[in-house]
Write a protein that binds this ligand. Structure first.
Ligand code: ZN
Length: 295
């Protein structure tokens, strides 16, 4: 039997694809802790060398660009967060954590969250389900061993979410996922129409440094927005979230944002947010716990 084209699918087929993993009830809370007006959840994906490694790119030149994230980016990020007194969530591939175990200890010592981001930044949608599951279980065990705490949540590498990712997330007993984009505010994930109890803390490429600032020497990818303009987009995202009493979530990468000119822009953004009363800064795990109890 030849595979059907999408225009040949019957209703049960196309409906089934859409409903496999879908947004359920909104978990926008009635209020934020301490009567805060809005919430801010900063995250850093500490990929470092794992993106070239994932692609089988083993030559020193590419790896050095990732190494910069651990060597220069992370210390700068940690100093900035300390200066502003704000927590963050660090999503870390297990191989990155094994390469930089002291960095994991630094995150924990500063009160930040360490959460899952794959084994070697693998592309879940290209893996057999058994391989995706085995890598996820191994990554959870590795992060627990290095950080001293079982991770509470997951961000799939490259936000690459397969047909099997949600089942693995449930098997691991995780509290939240932060890889999907069906809302601005947290929501509950449904699996084939059934509530899962898993909180989605949604992301967006708009609130990610990578699309604006990445560079590929022999490809067409070039940074196209100056850092202060990027921060201006995020400032507008924050201002609107604040006006709505919602969540402002941001995804950054130490090897991308950690450069001098970009840290200036990020610092200015945090100054802008810090000029507002009633902002609750929280890790993704804290957001998930709060909205589950208060939606
Ligand atoms: Zn990543």
């Amino acid at each position: 039997m030849t595979e059907q084209q999408p225009w040949q699918w019957d209703e049960a087929t196309w409906r089934g694809h859409v409903e496999r993993v879908r947004a359920g009830r909104s978990l926008r809370p009635a209020s934020w802790p301490g009567g805060a007006r809005a919430a801010v959840a900063l995250s850093f994906d500490s990929d470092h060398e794992t993106i070239p490694l994932r692609d089988g790119e083993t030559r020193p030149g590419k790896l050095a660009q990732g190494e910069y994230g651990a060597r220069v980016g992370v210390p700068r990020v940690l100093r900035l967060l300390e200066r502003h007194g704000v927590p963050a969530s660090f999503f870390m591939p297990a191989v990155s954590a094994l390469l930089h175990p002291g960095e994991v200890r630094d995150y924990v010592a500063a009160g930040h969250e360490v959460a899952m981001h794959g084994w070697i930044h693998e592309r879940n949608m290209t893996l057999d389900p058994a391989d995706e599951r085995e890598l996820a279980l191994r990554a959870a065990d590795t992060l627990e061993r290095l950080s001293g705490t079982r991770p509470a949540g997951i961000r799939t590498p490259s936000w690459d979410f397969s047909d099997h990712t949600l089942a693995i997330t449930r098997e691991l007993g995780l509290s939240y996922d932060s890889s999907l984009m069906a809302d601005d505010e947290p929501y509950e994930l449904l699996a084939d129409g059934e509530p899962t109890g898993i909180v989605e803390i949604p992301v967006e490429w708009i609130r990610d440094d990578a699309p604006y600032l990445m560079m590929e020497r022999y490809g067409s990818l070039r940074p196209y927005t100056p850092p202060r303009q990027v921060a201006g987009i995020w400032r507008d995202e924050f201002d609107a979230a604040y006006a709505e009493g919602g969540l402002f979530q941001l995804t950054l990468h130490p090897h991308i944002i950690g450069h001098r000119s970009r840290m200036v822009a990020l610092s200015e953004l945090l100054d802008h947010i810090g000029g507002h009363d009633g902002v609750w800064y929280a890790t993704h795990a804290q957001i998930a716990d709060h909205v589950r109890e208060n939606a």
